[in-house]
Each structure stands twice: as C-alpha cells, then as structure tokens.
Design a binder for this molecule. Structure first.
Ligand code: FE2
Length: 400
C-alpha cells in the first residue's frame, strides 16, 4: 500500500470499523509443487524466497514458502497428502489463488463483523503464539474457492517487523542460503505492491459479488465498464471495480458478455472447473520500462501487442492528456514500443501496463505489471487492442 493510504487508516477507523484494512497481509497460492514454484517466481519475477514452513518446521500437512518483493508477500502452498486441505481444489482448478489475506487491527472482530454482514465462515479464529508474539487469523468465503483471511499481529509478528525481515508467523524459519536471492538483490525487478486483484465470475453473477463486497466487507464501487467499453467483434466482458474504504486494494469483478466467439472470461471458467476465481494480480512498479525490460531478460512470457497498436496509441493518449492539461508521456516512445508496453490515459493522467501470459499450463491466472502516472483507471483504452491480442492466444489454444 502507499504511504498516503497507510496514513488514512486512522485511530478513528480502528475504534469504529472492525473491517478497516491496514495492508494486504499476503496472497496465498495453492500450487502442485511449492518448491519448484518458488524457484519459478524467484527466477522469472525476482522474488526473494524468504521463509519456509514445512516438514522441517513440524508442518506435516503442507509446505509453505514465503516470497517477498517490496510490499508484496506471496505464500506458495502445496498440500502434502491427498487428504490435506486444498488437495481436492488443486485437482479441480490447478495452481492459483486461494486466499487474499488482509491485515486488520483485530481479526476476530473483523471476522465477526463480516459474518454479521452476511458473510459465511471459511474458518473460525485461530491464534498461534509463542514467546515473541501472536498471530490471529479467521476467514470468510468469497467467489469460488477464494477466501479472505483477516490477520491481526502482535509483538514481533507485527507487519512492520515482518517487512524488515522478521519471522512471518510462528512456525516459519528463514530459507537459509539461496543463491537466487543474492542475484535478485543485485538485479531488482522493481515490483512494489499489489495494485489490484481481478476475479472472474459466471455470467449474470457480477452484481451478486459487487453486492457481496459492499455488504460484507464495506467496499464501494470505484469504476465500471460494460461490453461496449471492452468488447471486440468476437468476445466481450463486463467489469465493476470494487475498492476498500481506504483504497488499499481494488478488486475488479468480471463476467463474460456474449460475443460471436467465446469470451476470455468464459475460457478461464472452462479451464477452472466452471468455477469463479482470481484471473490476474496487478503489481505496481515506479518504472515500467525498467521492470518490463528486466522481466523480459529473465524470460517472462508477455502478451504480444500487435504493431498496429503503436500507430494510433500516441495520438490517442496525448490528445487525452492535453485536453485535461496534463504533461505528455515522459517515457521514451521507441522503448515503450520495443518493450511491447501498453499505454492509456484518462482525465487524471496516464498509465503504462503489460500482461503476462498464463503462469501455469491452464489458461487461468496471470500477472499484470502496472505503473501509474496520475491515472487511477485500468487501461480501458487498451481493452480492445488487448483483447485482440488475447484472442490470438486463445485461438492458438483452440479455445476461441
Ligand atoms: Fe488489471
């Protein structure tokens, strides 16, 4: 989260609103092989493989790897037996996001408030503690198999200490020497924090989940897009962006809209056992060109943007910036094009963004790398160009 957002979490929020969010505590993935996935995310995206909780620390049900970069904490988890929690989900959905966990002042109070607001329990409060402090967690179910865990921390497990390299939770140990960590410190990718987290839900269900975020977590609608904004000749989707009260996190929710051919949202659902889930995680950088260049050098597979895109983009973007009195795009145009980065502008400024291809064999979860220069939007002007690129990929997979 940004420091401005952090400052807006006041003592007043604490005393009056148990659902006031302090930070994105972590995002947990269920994966088939956390040991190998940790190496993939470290090699390709520059994460530090920092801590581990597995058989060697007495965890006999799963292996958990904590990966960090900036204020991003990914927890990669693999169930260790067929009866372990998550094993059946892994079979149904493949690798993907299980938990978007939020730090709060009091996890039990946040959980109880969410239940009073109509949420359903994923699990009741659990307190783990030792001589150094304690961590309380409790969770509610959201769309599909995804849950939101509320996390509250005390003593040496407070988030500022964790961010400074302290132990994540009781039961975790440092990774020890891991050569890739040294390399990544010397060659940073510059990813800072989670900007937004997009869910794909079934046709006709977008408003159900919009209402859920309003009612249960107290989020507000930030922006919305319909199929006229984000459709191509073949496929379309509708999207509403939900934001937490302090804009700590934004959670756009997509549903497929009908087109001549299959929507990208429908393709996701087809390969996700028909169930809703997290489609992409967007991570913020202050320097899109540096981040994308470094990620490309490491072999990250990005969507290929058609050359024709760059023939019209500067005119469109500069006209928008000029009409609202904003300065021009300062990044070198040729480098933006060479790196295949997308640009968009709105009344508040511009943004640079790029999307990876799916991170696993199933065409489900992917990442977005985004840099904001004033714009608080999501690249609406890019949707058409982007979807045409996505459809080329869908067609290669025989799913269009
Ligand atoms: Fe996005």
């Amino acid at each position: 989260m940004t420091s401005t957002a952090q400052q807006s979490v006041s003592a007043m929020d604490h005393s009056t609103d148990p659902l006031a969010l302090i930070d994105v505590d972590h995002i947990r993935f269920l994966v088939g092989n956390a040991k190998q996935a940790a190496t993939f995310y470290a090699t390709a995206f520059g994460f530090q493989v920092e801590q581990i909780c597995d058989l060697t620390t007495g965890n006999r049900t799963s292996a958990r790897y904590l990966l960090t970069q900036g204020n991003i904490r990914l927890l990669l988890e693999t169930p260790l037996s067929k009866d372990a929690p998550g094993a059946d989900e892994l079979r149904n959905y493949g690798d993907g996001v299980k938990d978007i966990a939020m730090t709060v002042f009091d996890a039990t109070k946040a959980y109880e408030q969410a239940l009073r607001n109509g949420g359903t329990s994923a699990y009741e409060p659990i307190v783990v503690s030792d001589a150094h402090g304690s961590v309380t967690t409790a969770a509610v179910n959201t769309y599909g198999r995804v849950i939101h865990t509320f996390v509250s921390r005390s003593g040496q497990y407070m988030l500022p200490t964790v961010k400074a390299g302290g132990t994540f939770m009781p039961g975790y140990r440092p990774m020890g020497h891991f050569a890739l960590n040294d390399y990544n410190r010397q060659h940073p990718c510059g990813l800072k924090f989670f900007d937004h987290c997009v869910g794909n839900v079934e046709e006709g269900k977008m408003n159900v989940w919009v209402k859920w975020y309003e009612d249960v977590l107290g989020f507000k609608m930030f922006k919305h897009f319909d199929d006229k904004d984000i459709g191509t000749e073949y496929s379309a989707l509708m999207s509403k962006v939900m934001a937490s009260g302090n804009h700590l996190i934004k959670m756009p929710i997509n549903e497929p809209a009908s087109g001549k051919r299959k929507s990208q949202v429908q393709e996701y659902l087809d390969w996700h056992d028909g169930a809703p889930g997290v489609q992409h995680l967007a991570m913020r950088t202050d320097d899109e060109l540096h981040s994308v260049a470094e990620l490309r050098r490491r072999g990250v597979d990005f969507l290929e943007i058609p050359h024709a895109y760059y023939e019209s983009v500067w005119k469109r973007v500069e006209a928008m910036l000029k009409s609202h009195g904003h300065a021009s795009v300062k990044e070198d145009h040729q480098r933006v094009r060479d790196l295949g980065i997308l640009v968009d502008a709105d009344d508040e400024g511009y943004l640079l963004q790029l999307f990876t291809k799916p991170l696993q064999d199933r065409p489900t979860l992917f990442f977005e790398i985004i840099c904001r220069r004033g714009s608080q939007s999501f690249g609406k002007g890019n949707f058409k160009a982007l979807f045409e690129a996505l459809e080329l990929e869908q067609d290669k997979r025989g799913n269009l």
